[in-house]
Design a protein. Structure first.
Length: 338
């Protein structure tokens, strides 16, 4: 029974392939299923589809393939500071006074000064002007000013890792893959504001997505262009195609190898361990050739000196005086480098 085609995956803030097969792909999903069933006709379509997706995952995890490289952006919103708030010790609710909150603040971070934790806002009641915190307010109750900014950004549910990102306002690239320890050593209060130049990993978002902190948090509306590697969705429909530049014949060799031994000799009348081993050797050889060809599309195996280095350091006497940096004779920031 044919599988009904579905629309292409759409993820906000990412430009993804539109599903059209480039000429380097020899098969759509229906063709791949038929090629595997030629070697083991007893396998049902769902079983073959599972083998194909397993084989595709093996291939995708071998390197950062060109076809998984996409562009996107992170959009930092304008800070929200209008009015005052009433917080209550132990309460998840913050009451706004003279505020004009909308649903746009959901997912942003709420702060009062710099001596309190950073709380994410999972919900807001726009009628009552009351927002909900992800954790109960842990400091003394207070009637105070506040600010809401975007510290943490969800890059999307399909992200494998972030490759590069640029601050267009000041014209420099981000320091990527920093840790929370990095930021806490440098600025545990997160007092620096507005000109992000570091992207640091966070615990996964509630939906399991790749969450990152931009430091320092931006107070102005701006967009940061980025490029990243993604994990594509499984093959599902007859007309689904493999990611760009991934050869169908290579995926087939791995899937056929599995189809020839699945179930063992007692349950598989087409069982052929010798042919299965041969197909697996062919898979490994062709996978290496495909990787070499992919390197010509976008270089990932070799990094030229300096191209992955950041080119921005806040520096300055005040910065060095207020942080635990050792003196350095090289004109740098001392013994600890971001």
């Amino acid at each position: 029974m044919p599988i009904v085609p579905q629309s292409a995956v759409s993820i906000p803030q990412q430009v993804l392939p539109n599903g059209t097969a480039p000429y380097t792909q020899q098969y759509d999903t229906a063709g791949l299923i038929g090629a595997v069933q030629f070697w083991n006709p007893d396998l049902s379509q769902p079983k073959v589809l599972a083998l194909l997706n397993d084989s595709l995952r093996v291939c995708l995890d071998r390197r950062s393939w060109y076809g998984l490289f996409v562009k996107g952006q992170l959009v930092a919103p304008q800070a929200v500071t209008t009015g005052q708030v009433q917080t209550t010790l132990g309460s998840y609710t913050v009451q706004g006074i003279g505020t004009a909150w909308t649903s746009a603040i959901i997912g942003r971070q709420f702060r009062i000064g710099y001596n309190n934790p950073i709380y994410t806002i999972p919900d807001v009641d726009t009628t009552a002007q009351a927002l909900t915190l992800e954790l109960p307010w842990g400091s003394p109750s207070v009637l105070s000013g506040y600010f809401i900014v975007q510290n943490y950004f969800n890059l999307g549910p399909n992200v494998k890792y972030l490759k590069t990102m640029v601050n267009m306002q000041l014209g420099y690239k981000f320091t990527l893959h920093a840790t929370q320890d990095t930021l806490n050593t440098d600025d545990a209060w997160r007092q620096n504001q507005n000109w992000p130049y570091i992207c640091a990993g966070m615990p996964a978002a509630p939906d399991g997505s790749y969450l990152q902190e931009l430091y320092p948090a931006s107070w102005i509306q701006q967009a940061f262009p980025m490029m990243l590697y993604i994990q594509p969705p499984n093959l599902v429909n007859d007309t689904d195609n493999l990611p760009p530049a991934i050869r169908g014949d290579v995926i087939l060799k791995h899937a056929i190898s599995q189809a020839l031994v699945i179930g063992g000799p007692k349950k598989n009348q087409f069982y052929d361990q010798t042919e299965s081993a041969k197909k697996m050797r062919e898979f490994e050889g062709e996978l290496l050739r495909m990787a070499n060809a992919d390197e010509n599309l976008y270089r990932t195996e070799v990094t030229k000196f300096g191209e992955d280095l950041p080119y921005y350091n806040p520096g300055g006497a005040l910065f060095n005086a207020t942080h635990a940096y050792m003196a350095s004779g090289s004109g740098g920031g001392g013994g600890y480098d971001l």
